[in-house]
Design a protein around this ligand. Structure first.
Ligand code: NAD
Ligand code: ZN
Length: 343
Protein backbone atom coordinates (compact mmCIF):
# COMPACT_ATOMS: atom_id res chain seq x y z
CA UNK A 1 0.00 0.00 0.00
CA UNK A 2 1.02 3.63 -0.47
CA UNK A 3 2.23 5.46 2.61
CA UNK A 4 3.93 8.71 3.64
CA UNK A 5 6.92 8.00 5.87
CA UNK A 6 9.21 9.80 8.25
CA UNK A 7 12.76 8.65 7.53
CA UNK A 8 14.99 10.71 9.82
CA UNK A 9 15.23 14.20 11.27
CA UNK A 10 16.10 16.80 8.65
CA UNK A 11 15.05 14.63 5.70
CA UNK A 12 11.81 15.28 3.80
CA UNK A 13 8.90 12.89 4.20
CA UNK A 14 8.91 10.06 1.66
CA UNK A 15 6.16 8.47 -0.40
CA UNK A 16 6.73 4.71 -0.22
CA UNK A 17 5.14 1.34 -0.88
CA UNK A 18 4.85 -0.65 2.37
CA UNK A 19 3.07 -3.90 3.31
CA UNK A 20 -0.50 -3.50 4.61
CA UNK A 21 -0.67 -4.41 8.32
CA UNK A 22 -2.54 -7.43 9.67
CA UNK A 23 -3.99 -7.16 13.16
CA UNK A 24 -2.62 -9.52 15.81
CA UNK A 25 -4.56 -10.47 18.95
CA UNK A 26 -6.29 -7.46 20.49
CA UNK A 27 -5.35 -5.20 17.57
CA UNK A 28 -7.51 -3.57 14.92
CA UNK A 29 -6.77 -2.57 11.34
CA UNK A 30 -8.40 0.65 10.10
CA UNK A 31 -9.09 1.51 6.47
CA UNK A 32 -8.11 5.16 6.60
CA UNK A 33 -10.66 7.63 5.23
CA UNK A 34 -8.75 10.78 6.19
CA UNK A 35 -5.45 11.68 7.83
CA UNK A 36 -5.08 15.27 9.02
CA UNK A 37 -1.90 17.19 8.28
CA UNK A 38 -0.80 18.82 11.54
CA UNK A 39 1.86 21.49 11.96
CA UNK A 40 3.43 19.13 14.53
CA UNK A 41 4.52 16.95 11.60
CA UNK A 42 6.76 19.81 10.49
CA UNK A 43 8.33 19.85 13.98
CA UNK A 44 8.74 16.05 13.74
CA UNK A 45 10.42 16.32 10.32
CA UNK A 46 12.66 19.27 11.22
CA UNK A 47 13.59 18.91 14.88
CA UNK A 48 15.39 16.21 16.86
CA UNK A 49 12.58 14.85 19.03
CA UNK A 50 14.07 11.42 19.67
CA UNK A 51 11.74 9.65 17.22
CA UNK A 52 13.28 6.73 15.31
CA UNK A 53 12.29 6.25 11.67
CA UNK A 54 11.14 4.96 9.40
CA UNK A 55 7.48 5.06 10.35
CA UNK A 56 4.30 6.12 8.58
CA UNK A 57 3.32 9.71 9.45
CA UNK A 58 -0.19 10.90 10.34
CA UNK A 59 -1.40 11.17 13.94
CA UNK A 60 -4.88 12.60 13.24
CA UNK A 61 -6.85 9.73 11.78
CA UNK A 62 -10.31 8.39 11.11
CA UNK A 63 -11.73 5.65 8.96
CA UNK A 64 -13.59 2.35 9.05
CA UNK A 65 -12.64 -0.86 10.80
CA UNK A 66 -11.14 -3.19 8.19
CA UNK A 67 -10.25 -6.21 10.33
CA UNK A 68 -10.43 -7.20 13.97
CA UNK A 69 -7.63 -9.13 15.68
CA UNK A 70 -8.37 -12.20 17.74
CA UNK A 71 -10.29 -11.44 20.89
CA UNK A 72 -11.67 -8.03 19.85
CA UNK A 73 -15.41 -8.29 20.33
CA UNK A 74 -16.59 -4.76 21.10
CA UNK A 75 -16.37 -3.51 17.48
CA UNK A 76 -17.55 -4.67 14.05
CA UNK A 77 -15.92 -4.47 10.65
CA UNK A 78 -17.14 -1.33 8.87
CA UNK A 79 -17.67 0.76 12.04
CA UNK A 80 -16.66 4.41 11.53
CA UNK A 81 -14.06 5.39 14.13
CA UNK A 82 -11.61 8.07 15.13
CA UNK A 83 -8.21 6.83 16.30
CA UNK A 84 -7.27 8.30 19.67
CA UNK A 85 -3.74 9.59 19.07
CA UNK A 86 -1.64 9.74 22.25
CA UNK A 87 -0.90 6.13 23.11
CA UNK A 88 -0.01 5.59 26.76
CA UNK A 89 0.84 2.45 28.67
CA UNK A 90 -2.87 1.81 29.18
CA UNK A 91 -2.46 0.58 32.77
CA UNK A 92 -1.23 3.50 34.93
CA UNK A 93 -3.73 5.48 36.98
CA UNK A 94 -3.78 8.35 34.49
CA UNK A 95 -4.28 6.09 31.47
CA UNK A 96 -7.10 4.36 33.35
CA UNK A 97 -8.89 7.73 33.50
CA UNK A 98 -8.49 7.82 29.67
CA UNK A 99 -5.94 10.68 29.81
CA UNK A 100 -3.25 8.73 27.98
CA UNK A 101 -1.86 12.10 26.86
CA UNK A 102 -0.44 12.32 30.38
CA UNK A 103 0.62 8.65 30.76
CA UNK A 104 2.83 8.29 33.83
CA UNK A 105 5.07 5.84 31.97
CA UNK A 106 5.52 7.93 28.81
CA UNK A 107 9.30 8.14 29.22
CA UNK A 108 9.70 4.36 28.98
CA UNK A 109 7.37 3.85 26.00
CA UNK A 110 8.88 3.14 22.58
CA UNK A 111 6.35 5.37 20.81
CA UNK A 112 4.20 8.45 21.41
CA UNK A 113 1.51 7.05 19.11
CA UNK A 114 0.69 6.24 15.51
CA UNK A 115 2.52 8.71 13.27
CA UNK A 116 4.73 9.69 16.21
CA UNK A 117 7.13 6.75 16.45
CA UNK A 118 4.76 3.99 15.27
CA UNK A 119 3.08 3.68 11.88
CA UNK A 120 0.30 6.26 11.57
CA UNK A 121 -2.56 7.00 9.21
CA UNK A 122 -1.02 8.51 6.07
CA UNK A 123 -1.57 5.18 4.32
CA UNK A 124 -4.40 3.01 3.10
CA UNK A 125 -4.49 1.01 6.33
CA UNK A 126 -3.32 1.67 9.88
CA UNK A 127 -2.73 -0.82 12.66
CA UNK A 128 -4.13 0.28 16.04
CA UNK A 129 -2.44 -1.72 18.82
CA UNK A 130 -5.48 -1.90 21.08
CA UNK A 131 -9.22 -1.58 20.55
CA UNK A 132 -9.30 0.76 23.58
CA UNK A 133 -7.79 3.49 21.33
CA UNK A 134 -10.88 3.72 19.09
CA UNK A 135 -13.78 6.13 19.51
CA UNK A 136 -17.04 5.70 17.57
CA UNK A 137 -17.87 8.41 15.03
CA UNK A 138 -21.51 7.49 14.57
CA UNK A 139 -22.88 9.25 11.48
CA UNK A 140 -20.01 11.75 11.08
CA UNK A 141 -18.11 11.59 7.80
CA UNK A 142 -14.66 10.20 8.73
CA UNK A 143 -12.86 12.44 6.20
CA UNK A 144 -14.18 15.62 7.81
CA UNK A 145 -13.96 14.07 11.29
CA UNK A 146 -10.26 13.17 11.19
CA UNK A 147 -9.20 16.64 12.49
CA UNK A 148 -11.43 16.20 15.52
CA UNK A 149 -8.84 13.81 16.98
CA UNK A 150 -6.16 16.50 17.29
CA UNK A 151 -7.03 19.90 15.77
CA UNK A 152 -10.22 19.94 17.87
CA UNK A 153 -9.32 17.68 20.79
CA UNK A 154 -6.18 19.65 21.72
CA UNK A 155 -7.91 23.06 22.00
CA UNK A 156 -10.95 21.44 23.63
CA UNK A 157 -8.78 19.99 26.39
CA UNK A 158 -7.01 23.35 26.86
CA UNK A 159 -10.27 25.32 26.90
CA UNK A 160 -12.10 22.95 29.20
CA UNK A 161 -9.51 23.48 31.90
CA UNK A 162 -9.99 27.26 31.64
CA UNK A 163 -13.82 27.27 31.67
CA UNK A 164 -14.26 28.57 35.25
CA UNK A 165 -12.49 31.80 34.19
CA UNK A 166 -14.51 32.27 30.99
CA UNK A 167 -17.49 34.18 32.38
CA UNK A 168 -19.58 36.70 30.36
CA UNK A 169 -17.40 39.60 31.56
CA UNK A 170 -14.14 37.86 30.60
CA UNK A 171 -12.03 38.32 27.45
CA UNK A 172 -10.39 35.37 25.72
CA UNK A 173 -7.73 35.68 23.02
CA UNK A 174 -6.85 32.94 20.53
CA UNK A 175 -3.48 33.42 18.82
CA UNK A 176 -2.97 31.49 15.54
CA UNK A 177 -6.09 30.74 13.50
CA UNK A 178 -4.80 27.67 11.67
CA UNK A 179 -5.76 24.01 12.11
CA UNK A 180 -6.08 24.17 15.90
CA UNK A 181 -7.04 27.83 16.20
CA UNK A 182 -9.99 27.66 13.80
CA UNK A 183 -11.43 24.87 15.96
CA UNK A 184 -10.60 26.75 19.18
CA UNK A 185 -12.69 29.79 18.22
CA UNK A 186 -15.66 27.53 17.44
CA UNK A 187 -15.28 25.58 20.68
CA UNK A 188 -15.07 28.83 22.68
CA UNK A 189 -18.22 30.16 21.00
CA UNK A 190 -20.01 26.88 21.70
CA UNK A 191 -18.97 26.64 25.35
CA UNK A 192 -18.44 30.15 26.72
CA UNK A 193 -20.05 33.60 26.77
CA UNK A 194 -16.66 35.37 27.06
CA UNK A 195 -15.70 38.17 24.65
CA UNK A 196 -13.58 36.48 21.96
CA UNK A 197 -10.63 37.99 20.10
CA UNK A 198 -8.79 36.19 17.29
CA UNK A 199 -5.17 37.08 16.54
CA UNK A 200 -2.88 36.10 13.68
CA UNK A 201 -0.22 37.67 11.46
CA UNK A 202 -2.04 36.59 8.30
CA UNK A 203 -5.07 38.66 7.26
CA UNK A 204 -6.65 35.72 5.42
CA UNK A 205 -6.66 33.73 8.69
CA UNK A 206 -8.30 36.69 10.43
CA UNK A 207 -10.90 36.78 7.67
CA UNK A 208 -11.49 33.08 8.32
CA UNK A 209 -12.05 33.82 12.02
CA UNK A 210 -14.62 36.49 11.10
CA UNK A 211 -16.42 34.00 8.83
CA UNK A 212 -16.58 31.67 11.84
CA UNK A 213 -18.40 34.37 13.79
CA UNK A 214 -15.56 36.09 15.66
CA UNK A 215 -16.25 39.85 15.91
CA UNK A 216 -12.78 40.99 16.89
CA UNK A 217 -9.89 39.82 14.71
CA UNK A 218 -6.54 41.56 15.19
CA UNK A 219 -3.34 41.37 13.17
CA UNK A 220 -0.36 40.98 15.54
CA UNK A 221 2.46 41.81 13.11
CA UNK A 222 2.79 45.08 14.99
CA UNK A 223 2.85 43.71 18.55
CA UNK A 224 2.52 47.13 20.23
CA UNK A 225 -0.52 48.09 18.19
CA UNK A 226 -2.07 44.63 18.73
CA UNK A 227 -1.49 44.74 22.50
CA UNK A 228 -3.07 48.21 22.64
CA UNK A 229 -6.09 47.09 20.60
CA UNK A 230 -6.59 44.03 22.82
CA UNK A 231 -6.21 46.14 26.00
CA UNK A 232 -8.82 48.50 24.65
CA UNK A 233 -11.32 45.68 24.11
CA UNK A 234 -10.53 43.89 27.36
CA UNK A 235 -10.61 46.97 29.61
CA UNK A 236 -8.66 47.33 32.86
CA UNK A 237 -9.04 43.66 33.69
CA UNK A 238 -6.94 42.62 30.68
CA UNK A 239 -7.35 39.32 28.89
CA UNK A 240 -8.63 36.60 31.22
CA UNK A 241 -7.40 33.74 29.09
CA UNK A 242 -4.99 33.51 26.19
CA UNK A 243 -4.60 30.39 24.05
CA UNK A 244 -1.41 30.49 22.03
CA UNK A 245 -1.51 28.06 19.09
CA UNK A 246 1.85 29.24 17.77
CA UNK A 247 4.17 29.21 20.79
CA UNK A 248 6.87 31.37 19.19
CA UNK A 249 8.77 33.89 21.29
CA UNK A 250 6.72 36.72 19.76
CA UNK A 251 3.41 35.09 20.66
CA UNK A 252 4.25 33.98 24.21
CA UNK A 253 5.58 37.50 24.84
CA UNK A 254 2.36 38.98 23.51
CA UNK A 255 0.30 36.56 25.61
CA UNK A 256 2.24 37.38 28.79
CA UNK A 257 1.76 41.07 28.06
CA UNK A 258 -2.01 41.06 27.48
CA UNK A 259 -3.17 38.79 30.33
CA UNK A 260 -4.53 40.50 33.41
CA UNK A 261 -4.50 39.39 37.05
CA UNK A 262 -6.07 36.06 37.98
CA UNK A 263 -5.80 34.88 34.40
CA UNK A 264 -4.54 31.94 32.41
CA UNK A 265 -1.92 31.78 29.69
CA UNK A 266 -2.08 28.49 27.79
CA UNK A 267 0.76 27.74 25.39
CA UNK A 268 -0.16 24.94 22.97
CA UNK A 269 2.05 25.78 19.96
CA UNK A 270 5.46 24.14 19.88
CA UNK A 271 7.53 26.85 18.19
CA UNK A 272 9.95 27.02 21.13
CA UNK A 273 9.03 30.33 22.80
CA UNK A 274 9.91 30.64 26.49
CA UNK A 275 7.59 32.27 29.02
CA UNK A 276 9.66 34.56 31.23
CA UNK A 277 8.18 34.07 34.63
CA UNK A 278 8.84 36.20 37.68
CA UNK A 279 6.94 35.92 40.95
CA UNK A 280 6.77 39.70 41.30
CA UNK A 281 4.91 40.04 38.03
CA UNK A 282 2.13 42.65 37.79
CA UNK A 283 -0.09 39.84 36.45
CA UNK A 284 -0.47 38.24 39.90
CA UNK A 285 -2.52 35.09 39.87
CA UNK A 286 -1.79 34.23 36.24
CA UNK A 287 -1.61 30.49 35.64
CA UNK A 288 0.77 29.41 32.90
CA UNK A 289 0.13 26.00 31.41
CA UNK A 290 1.41 23.79 28.60
CA UNK A 291 -1.30 21.23 27.88
CA UNK A 292 -0.72 18.28 25.59
CA UNK A 293 -3.43 16.82 23.33
CA UNK A 294 -6.49 15.52 25.28
CA UNK A 295 -8.10 12.49 26.89
CA UNK A 296 -10.18 9.83 25.17
CA UNK A 297 -13.38 10.85 26.95
CA UNK A 298 -12.71 14.43 25.83
CA UNK A 299 -12.49 13.11 22.26
CA UNK A 300 -15.97 11.66 22.81
CA UNK A 301 -17.14 15.11 23.94
CA UNK A 302 -15.59 16.76 20.87
CA UNK A 303 -17.29 14.21 18.61
CA UNK A 304 -20.60 14.97 20.35
CA UNK A 305 -20.11 18.71 19.70
CA UNK A 306 -19.45 17.98 16.02
CA UNK A 307 -22.40 15.58 15.77
CA UNK A 308 -24.64 18.31 17.19
CA UNK A 309 -23.39 20.69 14.48
CA UNK A 310 -21.82 23.08 17.04
CA UNK A 311 -18.28 22.77 15.61
CA UNK A 312 -17.06 21.78 12.17
CA UNK A 313 -13.53 21.28 10.89
CA UNK A 314 -12.99 23.18 7.67
CA UNK A 315 -11.02 20.71 5.57
CA UNK A 316 -9.10 20.93 2.32
CA UNK A 317 -8.92 17.36 1.03
CA UNK A 318 -5.93 16.17 -1.03
CA UNK A 319 -4.98 12.74 -2.42
CA UNK A 320 -2.35 10.95 -0.30
CA UNK A 321 0.12 11.15 -3.19
CA UNK A 322 0.22 14.96 -2.81
CA UNK A 323 1.45 14.80 0.81
CA UNK A 324 4.83 16.40 0.17
CA UNK A 325 3.24 19.32 -1.65
CA UNK A 326 0.69 19.68 1.17
CA UNK A 327 3.47 19.84 3.79
CA UNK A 328 5.02 22.66 1.75
CA UNK A 329 1.69 24.48 1.55
CA UNK A 330 1.33 24.15 5.34
CA UNK A 331 4.84 25.54 5.82
CA UNK A 332 3.94 28.46 3.56
CA UNK A 333 0.78 29.21 5.55
CA UNK A 334 -1.42 28.39 2.57
CA UNK A 335 -3.80 25.91 4.21
CA UNK A 336 -7.14 27.25 5.40
CA UNK A 337 -8.48 25.24 8.33
CA UNK A 338 -7.01 21.74 8.06
CA UNK A 339 -5.55 19.76 5.17
CA UNK A 340 -6.69 16.13 5.13
CA UNK A 341 -5.04 13.42 3.02
CA UNK A 342 -7.31 10.81 1.47
CA UNK A 343 -5.63 7.53 0.51
P1 NAD B 1 -1.14 25.80 11.43
O1 NAD B 1 0.06 25.95 10.61
O2 NAD B 1 -2.36 25.20 10.84
O3 NAD B 1 -1.59 27.22 12.03
C1 NAD B 1 -0.70 28.13 12.59
C2 NAD B 1 -1.34 29.52 12.54
O4 NAD B 1 -0.52 30.42 13.29
C3 NAD B 1 -1.46 30.10 11.14
O5 NAD B 1 -2.74 30.66 10.96
C4 NAD B 1 -0.38 31.17 11.10
O6 NAD B 1 -0.70 32.27 10.25
C5 NAD B 1 -0.34 31.61 12.55
N1 NAD B 1 0.93 32.20 12.97
C6 NAD B 1 2.19 31.80 12.66
N2 NAD B 1 3.11 32.59 13.26
C7 NAD B 1 2.41 33.52 13.97
C8 NAD B 1 2.79 34.61 14.80
N3 NAD B 1 4.07 34.90 15.02
N4 NAD B 1 1.80 35.34 15.39
C9 NAD B 1 0.49 35.04 15.17
N5 NAD B 1 0.08 34.02 14.40
C10 NAD B 1 1.02 33.27 13.79
O7 NAD B 1 -0.70 24.97 12.73
P2 NAD B 1 -1.55 23.96 13.66
O8 NAD B 1 -1.58 22.61 13.03
O9 NAD B 1 -2.79 24.64 14.08
O10 NAD B 1 -0.56 23.81 14.92
C11 NAD B 1 -0.28 24.95 15.73
C12 NAD B 1 0.82 24.62 16.74
O11 NAD B 1 0.30 23.75 17.74
C13 NAD B 1 2.04 23.90 16.15
O12 NAD B 1 3.22 24.36 16.81
C14 NAD B 1 1.78 22.47 16.52
O13 NAD B 1 2.96 21.69 16.55
C15 NAD B 1 1.18 22.65 17.88
N6 NAD B 1 0.42 21.52 18.42
C16 NAD B 1 0.51 21.29 19.76
C17 NAD B 1 -0.22 20.27 20.35
C18 NAD B 1 -0.14 20.03 21.82
O14 NAD B 1 -0.74 19.09 22.30
N7 NAD B 1 0.56 20.86 22.59
C19 NAD B 1 -1.06 19.47 19.55
C20 NAD B 1 -1.15 19.75 18.18
C21 NAD B 1 -0.42 20.78 17.63
ZN1 ZN C 1 -0.12 5.20 31.31
Amino acid sequence: MKAVRFIETGKPAQLADVPAPRPGPGQVSIKIAGAGVCHSDLHVLDEELGLKGPFVLGHENAGHIAALGEGVREWREGDAVAVYGPWGCGRCRTCQTSAENYCENHASLATMGGGLGSDGGMAEYMLVPSARLLVALGKLDPVAAAPLSDAALTPYHAIKAALPLLTPDATVVVIGIGGLGHMAVQILQALTPAQLIAADIDDSKLEHARKLGVRHAINTRDADAAAAAIADLAGPRGATAVFDFVGAQATVDLGARIVGRNSRLTVVGLAGGVVHYAANNPQYGCQVTIPYWGSRTELMEVIALAAAGRIRAEVEVFPLEQALDVYQRLRDGKIRGRAVLRP
